[in-house]
Design a protein around this ligand. Sequence first.
Ligand SMILES: C[S@@+](CC[C@H](N)C(=O)[O-])C[C@H]1O[C@@H](n2cnc3c(N)ncnc32)[C@H](O)[C@@H]1O
Length: 449
Amino acid sequence: MKNLRSKILKALLRVESGSYSNLLLDSELKKIKDQRDKNLFTEIFYGVIRNKLYLDYVIESFSKTPLHKMDKEVLTGLRIGVYQLFFLDKIPARAAIYESVEAVKLILPASRKGAVSFTNGVLRNINRKGNELTLPTKTESKKEYLSVKYSYPIWIIKRFLDQYGFKKTEKILKAGNKRAEVIYRFNPLKMEKNEFERLMDQDGIKYENTFLDSFYRLKEVNNPAETQVFKNGAAYIQGTSAGLASLLLDPKENMSVLDLAAAPGGKTTHLAVLMKNSGQITALDVSQSRLNLIRENIERLGVKNVVLKMEDAVKYQDSKKYDRILADLPCSGLGLIASKPEIKWEKSESVIKQMASLQYDILSNNLSKLKPGGKLLYSTCTLSQEENQDLINRILTENNNFELVNINKILEEVSALNLKNENKYLELLPGEVDSEGFFYALLKKVESD
Ligand SMILES: C[S@@+](CC[C@H](N)C(=O)[O-])C[C@H]1O[C@@H](n2cnc3c(N)ncnc32)[C@H](O)[C@@H]1O
């Protein structure tokens, strides 16, 4: 396709100014007809986001102009070019350079000829001398080595090294650079499972089982939101780590459940399935636009037992007592880097403290809404001790009417995960499990309140 690189360049600039990569990619791919072009768009788009720090290291090594003095269009064009030169063997260097320079030319006004020839010069130089590139070595500095090699900011590397040591950190970083999988959760509110599988076969969708029953890992699916099963509401796109949360909370039919931060409704709708559409789920979210996403999902999936409320969970007042509370709270998202690689670049370390404080405030305001004997599942999609283990320890110390339930027995019952977990809570690390990074702690309110 003509101008594919300039479309990628524009999309990358939008990610830099705050668009979500996954949503943007979906809408851009809809505009492209040819499957090979779709694949190449996806490869370069995600490749550049994932490897930004590495690509900048290469550019800096071969350009006399420092990165901060380059126009963002030029720098992004250079990243697109270097990504193809270093990571895509099948694209001849000449084509990679030409197409990237053309992309910069198309996006800049005609008066900026100098910037175009600068892009060309730097890419040619990198192509000639690329094999002279020297990377930081492990012996000089483990942090620098991991940061450049796997393209992660130093602050994330430092935290992971402190929390997990070198070997585990390297596994997590590698897993975060793999393309995230697409997983369908089968929704029995819409059809029988054999009908669901028949429709997937009819659409030529190849899939395999995961460690959760009813969660199907798709192989080579391009438009997972365009298939029959998705449009019929028989499928919801949800990773297995996210899917585990509702299963661990284990709601029963006719229970009352409070979901404190529910949008877009992945876990709410899963809870509804587990409750067979009975009882009631009160689903809160602070954002009206995100509540609309839950509404759409509820309608598509045929969920009938949810009451939506636009509420700030830090201040939410409710005299009702619940059997179950799901606290799947906003977090720094360090477990989701495979599906949202821009997380590496748009967050700074201060987000951890901010999130831990918000999580504490939300939990503290809502613990009293649980019935004696009721259970609360706390979950995050992050890998920071402050937001996970430390926070739960603080909550338990300050609230002696709550105890931590050992999650391992339930885990055995609801999943085929075979983990040696010595803790009562559970932390899933990407690279150790075939899934995204998550943390879960199950709290029970003691019977006598
Ligand atoms: C991790 S997401 C929840 C994902 C959801 N549980 C699911 O499975 O689809 C966190 C959500 O918390 C919401 N949120 C952030 N601050 C909040 C607050 N103070 N009160 C309620 N919701 C909040 C965000 O709008 C976001 O939708």
